[in-house]
Design a protein around this ligand. Structure first.
Ligand code: SF4
Ligand code: SF4
Length: 306
């Protein structure tokens, strides 16, 4: 028998669970708004037919120290995304246990029927509509005015939760980016992208007017750090079947280790656009040092929320 649910209390419990488990922020994306943007086959009901709510979760990105490491190491620092997935997974169990209503973790993975670069669902769209970040000039990477650069995960449920709204203000471009654009015609992400795959225009108020992102050039740049294509390319050059087998057996240990760590680091960014981004690196709560300083300055303040 279904238990009666107080929708306001349920939402508070769901969001509190996410924050308690380590999310920096969490919110509910408007299902109708998702359906207007997401293409057929990639809408929440395509994954969970009776879905009523989409919960989006944001976790902190890199530590401050990470922004100083070499490019080939930085490309693997997306690993905090695994924490977001863990919270979303736990949330699905929590919702079923607490409310007796079905919930699922939304896989961040690619839809095998749609090709190697098309995900089941756009976690970015869920996060944007839930108010967890706004699209930046750096290839639409979401940025948050307080938390900067985050990783996102989603959970779907048949529990009815009131939707949140997208951010009212986009923190990108930051004032220093506008100043640079006025001087050299580029913002930092555009200027320092090693393959110049970002370009765009600001209007007279210093707001985004146009953004262009050459995804293929970015992918080519980032893939130089990927292990999987390199291993396969090396194996294909082997003519002796035994050498071919040996190589894959040896290298697959590395690949399966990477997969088992849950880093999902088979495709990363080169991160140079974020390394130079003042929102990603200097937003008031962008890294653990800033967050602990803020917590010490206001010890009685509630846990960070949206
Ligand atoms: S990840 Fe690298 S290649 Fe891609 S847009 Fe950012 S700086 Fe350019
Ligand atoms: S550097 Fe960051 S804030 Fe500045 S324009 Fe690029 S993405 Fe936006």
């Amino acid at each position: 028998m279904k238990r009666p649910v107080d929708a306001v209390l349920a939402k508070r419990k769901v969001l509190d669970y996410c924050l308690r488990k380590g999310a920096l922020c969490a919110g509910i994306a408007d299902l109708d708004a998702i359906n207007k943007v997401a293409p057929a086959g990639h809408r929440p009901a395509d994954l969970m037919p009776k879905v009523k709510s989409v919960v989006s979760i944001g976790v902190g990105g890199n530590t401050r120290g990470a922004w100083g490491v070499s490019a080939k190491a930085l490309t693997y620092f997306g690993s905090t995304e695994a924490r977001a997935y863990k919270i979303a997974y736990g949330l699905a169990f929590y919702i079923e246990h607490t409310f007796g209503i079905p919930a699922v973790y939304c896989p961040p993975d690619m839809d095998s029927e749609a090709g190697a670069r098309v995900p089941f669902q756009s976690l970015k769209l869920h996060a944007e509509l839930a108010g967890l970040g706004a699209r930046s000039l750096a290839g639409d990477i979401l940025l948050h005015p307080e938390f900067g650069y985050m990783y996102y995960a989603s959970a779907f449920t048949e529990l009815v939760l009131a939707p949140d709204e997208p951010l009212k203000e986009n923190p990108c471009p930051a004032p220093s980016c506008v100043a640079m654009y006025r001087e050299v015609g580029k913002t930092p992400c555009m200027k320092f992208c090693p393959v110049q795959c970002l370009s765009g225009k600001l209007d007279e108020h210093g707001r985004q007017a146009e953004m262009y992102y050459d995804m293929a050039a970015c992918a080519e740049m980032s893939q130089q750090f990927e292990a999987m294509p390199k291993v396969l390319a090396k194996a294909m050059r082997e003519h002796d079947p035994q050498d071919f087998d040996d190589l894959l057996a040896l290298e697959s240990k590395l690949l399966f280790y990477k997969l088992s760590t849950g880093s999902h680091a088979m495709f990363g960014q080169c991160f140079e656009c974020m390394r130079v981004c003042p929102i990603a690196t200097k937003a008031p709560l962008a890294d653990p040092i800033l967050r602990s300083e803020a917590a010490r300055a206001k010890p009685d303040a509630a846990a960070p929320h949206k």
